[in-house]
Design a binder for this molecule. Structure first.
Ligand code: PLP
Length: 410
């Protein structure tokens, strides 16, 4: 078995991929920022759930149903441990968007309060706040990233000094540029100004370490299916301390509360009050397995490998005449997501060609981040993203494919 602490070079990775990721045998997959395949142990854990105890979490008083409770509780502890949190600070959600809405809807807003976002945000970390702003007459401010694809604590401080800011909600890793924000510094400034903080960790979770005590944020939102390699339809919200007891639940009903009388009900204790109805039980169990898998690989090694692949990717792209790379050239603060355009060609034309002629899978368009990408091109960008399971073969296939594409169009 190739497991814990195996040094992640191309040879080892090829062996692991051969064993655990059948999907990756079918193409050069450079779209991990959208979705990642689940490793074999995750699929096996979910299959075993359906074969051996396909039961509701927390309902039923027999041995097999208690086994399900044990597995879900274990998954929650794994998720919490992964980011240095406690189980009672984690609520499972169906994705990042739901986790962000749980916070934006769960707070009671006062007219005139301010929200700070950045121009790097995915629309899932914009629209929920705009809705509250429209409804409760709040003001939304945007921080502009510099040439290095990062916003600065100084710019945040300027906004905080002049306005009454209640929430600072920023992405950890840009889903377009791959740049890593200095979230600890931003949180520090926000806290000094008395604001709450939410970190959108949809892209960072599984790419780089996320330690809640080091960052100090009040909320963080995660996506299961991206770099955490969990099942689709999974995500989670971290809410510091007793925040899950203070937010208003987004959805209420079965399992989130109890009827007191015909006119009243009581919410359950957190985190259950945020998990109304029956949970995506197999998904949550699968997510726990995927995170265990990542921990066995060692996240520091994963981060290191992503960084060297990103270096190769940026160098290769910058070497091809006609390609404009939007992600910064220095990859030290980069988490493996690189966006670019080819002068004179719509991104979709490039991706279709790469798919058909070179078996290279990339993403195109605005990536839900139009506030950023519209400056690059009206059609958006081509986005290539690497995870630890990629090898230099994938990047060579991209480079070779692009050269053939360009010479075929001459
Ligand atoms: C930075 C970022 N935030 C939020 C989201 C939305 O994630 P989800 O589909 O899990 O709701 C995405 C999805 O691409 C993203 O990249």
């Amino acid at each position: 078995m190739i497991t814990a602490g195996a040094e992640l070079d191309d040879i080892t990775v090829r062996q692991i991929v051969k064993r655990d990721f059948p999907f990756l045998h079918s193409c050069h997959y450079l779209d991990s920022a959208s979705v990642c395949p689940c490793p074999r142990p995750t699929v096996e854990a979910m299959t075993s759930f359906y074969y051996e105890h396909p039961l509701n979490y927390g309902v039923g008083d027999f041995g097999k149903s208690r086994e399900v409770v044990r597995k879900v509780d274990e998954a929650r502890a794994t998720v919490a441990g992964f980011i240095g949190a406690s189980s009672h600070e984690i609520a499972f959600t169906k994705n990042t968007t739901e986790a962000i809405n749980t916070v934006s809807r769960g707070l009671v807003w006062k007219k005139g309060e301010g929200i700070v976002l950045t121009k790097l945000e995915h629309q899932s970390n914009v629209i929920p706040w705009l809705r509250e702003a429209k409804q409760d007459d709040l003001t939304v401010f945007y921080l502009e990233p510099g040439q290095d694809g990062r916003v600065t604590p100084d710019d945040l401080e300027k906004v905080m000094k002049n306005h009454s800011i209640r929430m600072v909600a920023v992405t950890h890793v840009s889903n377009v540029l791959g740049t890593i924000q200095d979230v600890s510094a931003l949180v520090k400034v926000a806290k000094q100004g008395g604001a709450l903080t939410l970190i959108d960790a949809a892209q960072s979770g599984g790419r780089i370490p996320f330690e809640v005590s080091a960052i100090g944020c009040d909320f963080a939102t995660f996506c299961g299916r991206k770099a955490l390699m969990g099942p689709q339809g999974t995500g989670f919200l971290y809410a510091r301390g007793d925040w899950l007891g203070k937010l208003m639940p987004l959805t209420v009903g079965s399992r989130s509360g109890n009827i007191v009388n015909q006119l009243d009900y009581q919410d359950q204790e957190p985190p259950h009050r945020f998990e109304a109805g029956i949970l995506n039980t197999s998904g949550v169990i699968g997510l726990g397995e995927s995170i265990k898998y990542l921990m066995e690989l060692k996240l520091e090694e994963v981060t290191q490998r992503i960084r060297s692949l990103a270096r190769l990717l940026v160098d290769v792209l910058c070497d091809i005449k006609g390609v404009t790379v939007h992600s910064p050239r220095t990859v030290e603060e980069q988490a493996g997501i690189v966006s670019w355009n080819i002068r004179g060609f719509a991104p979709r034309v490039v991706s279709d060609w790469l798919d058909k002629e070179a078996s290279v899978a990339v993403a195109t368009g605005h990536q839900g981040s139009k506030l950023l990408t519209q400056a690059f091109s009206t059609d958006g960008v081509v986005r290539t993203s690497v995870h630890w399971f990629n090898t230099s073969d994938d990047i060579s296939a991209l480079a070779e494919g692009l050269r053939r594409f360009l010479s075929s169009k001459r």
